[in-house]
Design a protein around this ligand. Structure first.
Ligand SMILES: [Zn+2]
Ligand SMILES: [Zn+2]
Length: 217
């Protein structure tokens, strides 16, 4: 037994137990102590993630981030809807104005012709040239009236909303400048890197140009 190992703790007892980790030899009593020390170290490590999980659950900042992002989406949606309403209201007003003024203009032209005919009859003031001119004028006005009644000279130019790249107007993207993080955005669970990128302001949609009145001919 001259080659027997001694306990690394007490040096007096024979080291009958060998630790597979640190390779030290221990007597039975000190081997138990050694294992207990290792167990305590493990418990301390386990505490850290447990504490972090507890902290994470108690202070879930993804809830406030979610609320903030959803609010931004609501705001964007409202702005778009408001713009659409505003554009539709404008074009309704334009339609009414244009049709009313067309009607008034034609009415005025008819009245002028009627007035002139009556005046010339009363005053017996007309020759052959006047008759030709007045007849042409009456024919011209008749054509204008027919056109108005067919509503054929005015229409709406409506640009299809398919032409708008809706998916690129608002989307979620990473604030991180780290390219790897940005690429992993879809699978990333750390919501703190997200923010909403409202890429194109509603004003750039130029709603006024999506619908406008135009003369067909
Ligand atoms: Zn010992
Ligand atoms: Zn050991």
């Amino acid at each position: 037994m001259s080659t027997a190992n001694h306990c690394s703790k007490c040096s007096t007892n024979v080291g009958t137990c060998n630790c597979a980790g640190c390779k030290d030899y221990f007597c039975t009593k000190h081997f138990i102590t050694h294992r207990k020390e290792l167990q305590t170290s493990l418990e301390q490590i386990i505490d850290t993630p447990n504490r972090l999980i507890k902290q994470f659950n108690e202070n879930d900042h993804s809830i406030s981030l979610k609320t903030a992002l959803l609010n931004q989406i609501d705001q964007w949606q409202n702005e778009i809807i408001q713009k659409v309403h505003q554009t539709a209201d404008n074009i309704r007003q334009q339609v009414t104005q244009v049709l009313n003024s067309q009607r008034e203009e034609t009415k005025k032209k008819f009245q002028e012709l009627v007035d002139e005919l009556q005046k010339r009859r009363e005053e017996d003031d007309f020759v052959e040239d006047d008759l030709v001119r007045l007849k042409n004028r009456a024919h011209q006005l008749q054509q204008e009236l027919e056109q108005l009644q067919q509503h054929s000279d005015l229409g709406l130019h409506i640009e299809k909303s398919d032409g708008v790249d809706w998916a690129h107007l608002i989307y979620i993207e990473s604030k991180s400048t780290d390219n790897k993080k940005r690429k992993n955005l879809q699978v990333k669970s750390d919501t703190s890197v997200y923010y909403l990128d409202i890429d194109i302001s509603v004003d750039y949609l130029e709603f006024d140009r999506k619908i406008k009145m135009s003369k067909l001919r």
